[in-house]
Ligand binder design. Structure first.
Ligand code: NDP
Length: 333
């Protein structure tokens, strides 16, 4: 197997020297195991957190570990009745070309949708949007839902599901091309470019009735601009803070914690962090059924940003954190 391992912990934006590529022999299969050839590797923002040793919801990678990640793989050898050679499965094999896995830790994929969608719109990011928006954001008809990183797999699903529920969807994204796609391709009601010099004014114009649900993906200056538009009883599912994942120190400027707490009180806000797997057992089945139908009938569209070759994974990963991706970032092997 060719593997990308963590060589040292990145300081700020990861660089190629933080990783090493190693070719290694895999152990022989034991009963119940399968040998997998990875076809698609998912690149997700949370992996940046696993590369650091700061305390988080998941244990950090150790130096020398293969970098983690969701994968779509083909079974090339099987010692399990559950999987046959040739089956396509969802596995958690990480940044490597081949892996040995317990067959029970793989999920068979049907061929109703392209296999890579199991890593995006019909996988963990799509589920994150679905659960975070519907269970925590709970948008009502006519309400305004705002989401940033809005062309990514989480954000694009948030906006489209909000519209299915009859809410008004406003997306925030980096650059005019992404903003155009939000309206023309994903059907958002409005889009605002967070890189534009007049971002704050444009945001104010896009939410004339205030914001009822802010699905928080990024934090930083986007959150500071959004805050002042939150309505009474607004819900803020806190899903991610990707603007700060490469930060090495606290942001500059005044401490805004007291102002934030005052806002929580005076606007009776519900600010609720979550990690998607909290809801997986109870809601993943319903998600897969409902989302598959929405994708099939075109009510939910998705984009994928495909990079070819494991050797380009680090570049693609760094680019995704900086917004150079357009849609769900995957590496095709
Ligand atoms: P994306 O594909 O949307 O990639 C991240 C995007 O973040 C970039 O493309 C960029 O988009 C945007 N971004 C980066 N820096 C900034 C910045 N400083 N200001 C504004 N936007 C920025 O990622 P995902 O859809 O996979 O993930 C979105 C969020 O959801 C992340 O925060 C992630 O950690 C979180 N997440 C949380 C889960 C949970 O269980 N809580 C599960 C899955 C994801 P642009 O060019 O538009 O700025």
């Amino acid at each position: 197997s060719t593997q990308i391992r963590l060589r040292r912990r990145p300081e700020g934006e990861p660089t190629p020297d933080d990783f090493e590529t190693v070719t290694t022999e895999l152990p022989a299969l034991e009963d119940g195991q399968v040998l997998l050839r990875v076809r698609y590797l998912s690149l997700d923002p949370y992996m940046r957190g696993r590369m650091s040793d700061a305390e988080s919801y998941a244990d950090p990678l150790q130096l020398g570990d293969v970098v983690v990640g969701g994968t779509v793989a083909e079974v090339v050898e099987s010692r399990s009745d559950r999987r046959q050679v040739g089956d396509l499965v969802l596995s958690y094999s990480g940044w490597q070309s081949h892996a040995v896995a317990d067959a029970r830790h793989t999920r068979a994929l049907d061929d109703a949708h392209p296999p890579s969608t199991a890593l995006g719109v019909l996988g963990m990011p799509g589920f994150t949007a679905y659960a975070g928006l519907l269970l925590l954001g709970r948008p009502e008809e006519g309400e305004t839902v705002v989401v940033a990183a809005a062309t990514g797999p989480v954000g694009s699903a948030v906006g489209q599901i909000a519209r299915i529920r009859g809410a008004r969807a406003v997306g925030i994204a980096g650059g005019p091309e992404k903003c155009r796609a939000l309206v023309e391709e994903f059907g958002f009601d409005a889009a605002v470019d967070h890189r534009a010099p007049d971002f704050r004014e444009r945001l104010a114009e896009a939410v004339p009735d205030g914001i009822d649900v802010y699905f928080e993906n990024v934090g930083g200056q986007v959150w500071r601009a959004v805050m002042r538009h939150l309505n009474l009883y607004a819900r803020v599912p806190v899903c991610g803070l990707v603007a700060g994942y490469n930060d090495t120190s606290a942001p500059e400027g005044p401490d805004r914690l007291d102002a934030f707490m005052r806002l929580v009180l005076t606007k009776s806000l519900t600010v609720r962090g979550f990690i998607q797997n909290e809801f997986e057992r109870e809601h993943f089945g319903a998600f897969l059924e409902e989302m598959s139908a929405w994708v099939a009938d075109g009510r939910v569209r998705y984009r994928e940003d495909v990079t070819h070759g494991l050797e380009n994974a680090v570049d693609a990963f760094v680019g995704m954190l900086a917004g150079r991706n357009f849609g769900k970032t995957v590496v095709e092997l």
